[in-house]
Design a protein around this ligand. Structure first.
Ligand SMILES: Cc1cc2nc3c(=O)[nH]c(=O)nc-3n(C[C@H](O)[C@H](O)[C@H](O)COP(=O)(O)OP(=O)(O)OC[C@H]3O[C@@H](n4cnc5c(N)ncnc54)[C@H](O)[C@@H]3O)c2cc1C
Length: 409
């Protein structure tokens, strides 16, 4: 019979949230294991040098200054910089069917940049390469297939028959979290009736280190700047085009020439013609929020606790805020020699994160509805509101600083 390996804390899921969580806990001195379904060799694969649209990973994240600071603290940020990332100093948001337009600038907020775009795969690669030099036990190519618990410990079974147990399990196994389902933590969820088309493009003009976002009634379109090698530097963008499902299906069926023509028009030709496009991927959009993030001996973090519309690029940032708060609570527990599953600690984590995440989710929902409406008064409000907001000086800067997690110098 297989014996069971026991840890203080078991983190399930080595995506960008779980790996950061496990690394931070190992640095605090806990005995931690991280279980990830994918093999380490694939997660650590060197990126291609970025010369064509097909060399980039299609999924990227717009990381806020607060997320960057966490990665810096974990000793990961320099590794991301050794691969590639693209800082952006401007963000322009406008109403595709009106005249309202808002521009945010790093100089107005007195910060070096508003955020940075990183390919998800490169971020995970940096996290794992740092994790290999830490005290963290990485159990890769290992799928958790079953949950088992006693009064005192929580355990999981892996597909290869191994068993692991821990005093605290942190589930970071993504939006479809099996762990959340096994332990019966309920969620509130709704379908947006939209799909996000994600791909990489090369444009005729420079992206000006700006994130461009246009809101149409059928959904938002974002052009996020990427850093390329050599000649085409500044002319690659990652696209997230969220559209009502039927419209997304129509766009997916277009050939490349027709697709890029519609894409360039939808972004108001801000960067001229779209000259090349990679393979397109489609993600159905569903908002999901766990009603509780904790139960005895278990906490949810990242997409396992909440998945949100990508329109503000906040999914990974919310996950990193969960990590920051749970690390803070567990760091304090370690100093006070408390057990990692201390109930008050877990309750404080839930209290500190749930309201924040819910506020962001409701804001995204409100935004989506505001732009989905076509009645004249709503259009008037949108246009006047955006123009007024653009001129609102201190208020605009304050809201922008809060939303982008930047701290003014
Ligand atoms: C189209 C789109 C665009 C987005 N753009 C942005 C953006 O610009 N900015 C931003 O901040 N966010 C963005 N997001 C959201 C962001 O991608 C997610 O919030 C983030 O990837 C969540 O990370 P995670 O680590 O919590 O989960 P995941 O990335 O889903 O990782 C979960 C991990 O758990 C592992 N796993 C799952 N089940 C098991 C199991 N049974 N056993 C072992 N391992 C398991 C998986 O292999 C995976 O590695 C976007 C999302 C979408 C859909």
């Amino acid at each position: 019979m297989q014996s069971t390996d026991h840890y203080d804390i078991l983190v399930i899921g080595g995506g960008m949230t779980g790996t950061a969580m496990a690394l931070g806990l190992a640095d605090q001195g806990w005995q931690v294991a991280l279980v990830e379904a994918q093999p380490l060799a694939a997660l650590m694969a060197r990126p291609k040098s970025a010369g064509t649209v097909d060399d980039f990973e299609p999924r990227v994240s717009a990381l806020s200054a607060a997320s960057q600071a966490l990665l810096q603290q974990l000793g990961v940020w320099t590794l991301v910089q050794q691969d590639r990332h693209c800082n952006y100093q401007g963000m322009v948001v406008w109403d595709a069917e009106g005249t309202g337009r808002v521009r945010f600038d790093a100089t107005d907020l007195q910060v070096p940049e508003l955020g940075t775009i990183v390919e998800n795969r490169l971020l995970v690669r940096a996290l794992f390469s740092r994790a290999q030099d830490s005290g963290l036990r990485i159990i890769d190519a290992a799928t958790v297939t079953r949950w088992q618990e006693t009064d005192r410990t929580r355990g999981v079974h892996l597909a290869d028959g191994r068993k692991l147990s821990a005093t605290l399990v942190i589930a970071a196994d993504g939006a479809q979290s099996r762990v959340r389902q096994w332990v019966g933590l309920p969620t509130r969820e709704w379908d947006y009736g939209q799909q996000a088309i994600v791909c990489t493009v090369r444009t005729a003009h420079h992206h000006e280190h700006t994130a461009w976002q246009s809101f149409a009634r059928t959904g938002p379109l974002a052009f996020l700047p990427l850093q390329a090698s050599a000649d085409d530097r500044g002319r690659f963008c990652s696209i997230v085009w969220s559209q009502d499902t039927r419209e997304a299906q129509r766009l997916q069926q277009l050939d490349d020439a027709a697709f890029v023509a519609e894409l360039a028009a939808a972004i108001d030709h801000q960067m001229g013609a779209v000259e090349a496009v990679s393979k397109r991927f489609g993600f159905p959009l569903r908002q999901r929020h766990a009603k509780r993030y904790i139960r005895p001996g278990l906490a949810l973090v990242g997409d396992a606790a909440h998945s949100i519309h990508p329109l503000a690029g906040q999914g990974a940032n919310l996950g990193y805020s969960d990590v920051r708060v749970l690390l803070d609570e567990l760091g304090r527990a370690r100093k006070q020699r408390l057990a990692p599953d201390d109930p008050l600690l877990l309750q404080r984590y839930q209290r500190r994160r749930k309201a924040d995440n819910l506020t962001m989710m409701l804001a995204m929902e409100g935004f989506k509805h505001l732009f989905a409406r076509d009645e004249l008064p709503v259009r008037w409000l949108r246009n006047t509101g955006l123009r007024w907001f653009d001129r609102a000086g201190i208020l605009k800067h304050r809201i922008a600083a809060e939303a982008m997690g930047v701290h003014r110098g």
